[in-house]
Design a protein around this ligand. Sequence first.
Ligand SMILES: [Zn+2]
Length: 112
Amino acid sequence: MANNKLFYGLVNLCLGGTLYFVTSMIVPNLLSLLNIACTDDWIISCLGLLELIKIISIIIVVVGVLEIAYWYFFERKKMQSAGGMENYKICPECKTINDKNAKFCKECGYKF
Ligand SMILES: [Zn+2]
């Protein structure tokens, strides 16, 4: 679980950042390169669409930051306060952190 939150957080951060970069830098440059004016008179407002995608990418970045923050403040702290990794068992199948005494993985059911 701990690793999953960090992983998805980083994925969202990269995804949102890339999406924002593409809509704010690459798409406007590409449009001006092709001599296409991005205006509001289109069937779908071009500027409005770009703004919408930018807002969505910012939301994705925020979700990513929240996931990493959650991992940092809850999952990571939980591991540290319990005295480090020797009190845990990492599932070889799905890499979930399980209790030391666990017989099965709580995520995928792997038998230890
Ligand atoms: Zn597992």
